[in-house]
Design a protein around this ligand. Structure first.
Ligand code: DP6
Length: 323
């Protein structure tokens, strides 16, 4: 007999970022973060536990995964097997709606989908909070892909206290994330490795010192739907995080000439009256945040910039669910 389930999970974009952990193993963040789910960057994962298997089998976008990547997944499945008190091996088949090598292959959607598919296949009926905690242990930002719409992930001293919840549904506010994907070689330093370097930046203390106030302000701007305020905070926050990255030892420089070219264009568009702001994760792609009414125009404008390979328009999406 086999036990099987399939889950859909979105990637998410954070406006207050998760950078730096207080507990590496449990992936407890140094600060709370705020994000929304992306409608057009997602993962669909099927997990099938089968008594006849002698080892886990993992397929990602049609390719068998092994080495370090597979290890991370097997160890993660072990945690879920422990909860369910079984030792059955599983076949995992995961598909991103996104071509690999674009820097968009997301551990957030990957672990969110895996947590729901694997726990459901084993008959564990976890509530959203428990599922968010389970996803967090796979990859920190994955916990934010579990709840619907606009999400906050709470910082806490314990594993039980640090989960993500939905502040507002996907229908709360028509904001879009238009992602400009630029030429990219594979990341040289993963975000997991990057998190461990934060203390080496002289600016990290200053970043954490300003967090409480910033979180309060952005939550207020989202609640009251004040777009300029929201945009100013999220853009300053992205620059703040990248300052810490660039001043770590070794320095982490994720921006490329294309990244900066887009940033400068955004400033130019804004001066001409178009309300757009940017945020950037641990890679060169630029997430352009705008109101729904401007999304198509911004998509067109981004396509004219040299070095932009692909543009993806995202609305705010619901969270992880079974399909
Ligand atoms: C820059 O969640 O990928 O995207 O827990 O080590 O898997 P691990 O880290 P991860 O870190 C995300 C970092 C970020 C900011 C963010 O999404 O908040």
């Amino acid at each position: 007999m086999t036990q099987k389930a399939t889950a859909w999970a979105p990637a998410n974009i954070a406006f207050i970022k998760f950078w730096g952990k207080r507990d590496e193993k449990l992936r407890l963040p140094m600060n709370s973060s705020v994000s929304f789910n992306l409608s057009n960057v997602f993962t669909v994962t099927t997990v099938e536990f089968d008594k006849n298997l002698v080892d886990d089998e993992v397929k990602l976008d049609g390719k068998i995964v092994d080495g370090k990547e597979k290890d991370r997944i097997t160890k993660y499945l072990d945690k879920i097997r422990n909860i369910a008190r079984v030792s059955t091996r599983a076949k995992v088949e995961s598909k991103n709606n996104f071509p690999v090598g674009t820097g968009m292959a997301s551990s957030a959607s990957g672990f969110a989908a895996l947590s729901l598919a694997a726990s459901s296949a084993l008959g564990l009926r976890l509530n959203k909070r428990k599922l968010s905690i389970l996803a967090r242990i796979g990859s920190g930002s994955a916990c934010r892909s579990i709840p619907d719409g606009w999400v906050e992930w709470k910082e806490a001293g314990t594993s039980e206290g640090s989960y993500a919840y939905s502040m507002y549904s996907q229908r709360h506010w028509g904001v879009c994330d238009v992602v400009a994907i630029v030429e990219s070689t594979k990341k040289s330093v993963s975000s997991t490795e990057g998190h461990a370097l934060v203390e080496s930046s002289p600016f990290y203390k200053c970043r954490i010192g300003g967090m409480r106030k910033k979180l309060k302000m952005i939550k207020k701007a989202i609640g009251e739907k004040k777009f300029s305020k929201f945009g100013e905070i999220l853009e300053a926050e992205a620059i703040n995080m990248h300052t810490v990255m660039m001043t770590s030892e070794p320095a982490l420089i994720y921006w490329t000439p294309e990244t900066l070219r887009i940033i400068l264009k955004i400033k130019e568009w804004r001066e001409r009256g178009l309300e757009v702001y940017f945020t950037i994760d641990a890679g060169p792609n630029v997430h352009v945040i705008c109101l729904e009414k401007d999304a198509r125009k911004i998509e067109r404008l981004l396509r004219t910039i040299e070095g932009v390979k692909m543009v993806v328009v995202n609305q705010v999406a619901r969270g992880t669910h079974l399909v």
